[in-house]
Design a protein around this ligand. Structure first.
Ligand code: PEP
Ligand code: MG
Length: 587
């Protein structure tokens, strides 16, 4: 009997459309029976366990090396966390002492301990610990597989092209997945900023996350369509649906190609106003994609990845080398280096930071830096030194009021003095700006503007704080509305305050890459858009199709509306009217 078509909506994670056979991943269970072992075999069981640990460790080191070469160090960093799990002496000791007590096979004991660890972690209501569950699970499955001599995980050995469907994908799943055999993927959990979403974008394969019940509604071998642009998954599509998506896919591919034709054209409005268009990066390895997509510089360099998943702190020299290499490659354009935004959902492995009840509202970003000037100044010195090799700007994250900006600038002044004394060169006129991503900063942006060289609006956080919506929780993603009137008013206030003080205002949150918002943002007076490299050509396309006057009228109209839904519908209709060939993208 023909299976019924099911359409599911999730969160768009990476654009594009693909279809193919579903491969349900993560369901395979190793059958481990309860087997007694004799006293004289216990040493042999321990030996087997230790051998499995060594084998697993070698495998992970090998993957880490390969991923680092193929995709850059950032993607390989997670495996350092996996290595920490393997070296966890508590886990090892617990397994061995349980083995001696219960005298059951080592695989049975290990699985038992592993399940208990996962249960304890999952009962703690903490996002950070939840991330650790996937590390423990991932490493635990590898160790088990090696203990029972099962074959290598399937994702790295796929024999045909498939669409991977999973409840969640661990970092090692996504990293070992080969682009050539994974056409796209979809998961039950996750938000726009989850690891899987970021990885899909950098692999440039279509993906949808946060589908909640997808794995319950699909079987391996089912035909499936992934529309990563709109966050739609169709299971067992009818021939009619299939045909429609095939046409959409062709349109998407030719549209993306056509957009790249704009790569070398200036980002100017129809009436000739120059608008900044730059890209966001996490690690220096992202630079080629920035150049390939024609972005003019880097509007957000998220430096905290230096500090994650490692045991030591990055020293001044290491940071200097990274910042100056990016500066040289992007020259003559500028690179806005955001000082570390540690805390929140970004993991501090080497620093003694206690667990926090509300990490997003806790000891984070500039708050952490001001409390640890020893660590902060190392970074400031490195950025300053790199500013002698290209055009760099400094930007502080999570500024909530003028005192924080002043305190950060005092430390920056000290770093400058030290460098001068040491005879080291730096750009003495380096621009220093503040991210505006906390509502209190947005509302006091007039005060901040008097002492900043520029603003960059961090909408990812500004929206979560203003609307009280956790940005990584798929359950409440429907409330995360960039078009909410409160957000438009805050953005207007920030831009107006910046301009009144004669400084420029950019945006580096995801909203800057959202085509629905481009005309409104332009009309509100935004000077620079900074977004993921793959999103930049489309934003340029829209900017080049509109006049400032048209955009101002659209923004004015948007500000009279009462709900996010109304603003969204209005923005879409205006976009279709002004840039008709974008209509298909919006359907
Ligand atoms: C933001 O909050 O919008 C932003 C760009 O910073 P991050 O996503 O790193 O918090
Ligand atoms: Mg932020």
């Amino acid at each position: 009997m023909k299976k019924k078509e099911t359409i599911l909506r999730g969160i768009p994670a990476s654009p594009g459309i693909v279809s193919g056979k579903a491969f349900l991943y993560g369901r395979e269970q190793y059958t481990i029976t309860r087997r007694l072992v004799k006293e004289d075999q216990l040493l042999n069981e321990i030996k087997r366990f230790k051998e499995a640990l060594v084998q697993t460790k070698n495998e992970i080191i090998e993957i880490k090396k390969r991923i680092s070469e193929e995709m850059g160090v950032k993607h390989a960093e997670i495996f350092s966390a996996h290595l920490l799990v393997i070296d966890d002496s508590m886990l090892i000791e617990e397994v061995i002492s349980k083995l001696k007590k219960e005298k059951l096979s080592i695989e049975y004991i290990f699985q038992d301990v592993l399940r208990r660890y996962i249960k304890v972690f999952s009962e703690m209501d903490d996002e950070y610990l939840k991330e650790r569950i996937s590390d423990i699970n991932d490493v635990g499955r590898r160790i088990l597989r090696n203990l029972i001599g099962a074959k290598e995980d399937v994702l790295s050995n796929l024999k045909e092209k498939v669409i991977v469907i999973a409840y969640d994908l661990s970092p090692s799943d996504t990293a070992t997945m080969h682009k050539k055999n994974v056409k796209g993927f979809a998961t039950d959990i996750g938000g726009r900023t989850s690891h899987t979403a970021i990885m899909a974008k950098s692999l440039e394969i279509p993906a949808v996350v946060g589908l909640e019940l997808l794995t319950k509604k699909i079987e391996s071998g089912d035909e499936v369509i992934i529309d990563g642009t709109h966050g739609i998954v169709v299971v067992n599509p009818t021939p009619r649906t299939m045909k429609k998506y095939e046409q959409d896919r062709e349109k998407f591919v030719s549209y993306a190609k056509h957009l790249l034709d704009l790569k070398d054209l200036p980002c100017i409005t129809l009436d000739g106003k120059k608008i900044g268009l730059s890209a966001n990066i996490e690690v220096p390895e992202d630079v080629p994609s920035v150049v390939a997509h024609g972005a003019e510089g880097i509007g957000l360099y998220r430096t905290e990845y230096f500090y994650m998943n490692r045991k030591d702190l990055p020293n001044e020299e290491e940071q200097f080398r990274a910042y100056s290499s990016v500066a040289k490659k992007i020259k003559p354009h500028s690179v806005t280096v955001r000082t570390m935004d540690l805390g929140g959902d970004k993991f501090l492995s080497q620093l003694d930071v206690p667990q926090q009840m509300n990490p997003f509202l806790g000891w984070r970003a500039i708050r952490f830096c001001l409390a640890r000037p020893d660590i902060f100044k190392v970074q400031l010195r490195a950025i300053l030194r790199a500013s002698a090799h290209g055009k760099l700007r400094i930007m502080y994250p999570m500024i909530s009021g003028i005192e924080e900006l002043r305190q950060a600038n005092v430390l920056l002044g000290e770093a400058m003095k030290e460098l001068k004394k040491e005879g080291l060169q730096f750009d003495e006129n380096i621009e220093v700006g503040a991210m505006i991503e906390v509502p209190s900063a947005a509302l006091t942006s007039d005060i901040l503007a008097a002492e900043a060289d520029f603003f960059s609006i961090g909408t990812n956080d500004l929206i979560q704080y203003s609307l009280a919506v956790d940005r990584v929780n798929e359950k409440i993603a429907y409330l995360y509305e960039p078009t909410h009137p409160a957000i438009l008013r805050l953005i207007k206030n920030i831009i107006d305050s910046g301009h009144a003080s004669g400084i420029w205002v950019g945006m580096c949150g995801e909203m800057a890459g959202d085509i629905v918002m481009t005309i409104i943002l332009l009309g509100l007076g935004l000077d620079e858009f900074s977004t993921s490299p793959i999103a930049t050509p489309e934003i340029k396309r829209i900017i080049r199709a509109v006049t400032i006057n048209q955009a101002e009228q659209v923004a004015k109209g948007a500000l009279t509306l009462s709900t996010g839904k109304e603003v969204e519908a209005y923005a879409k209709s205006k976009l279709k009217e002004i840039v008709p060939d974008i209509a298909a993208e919006l359907e």
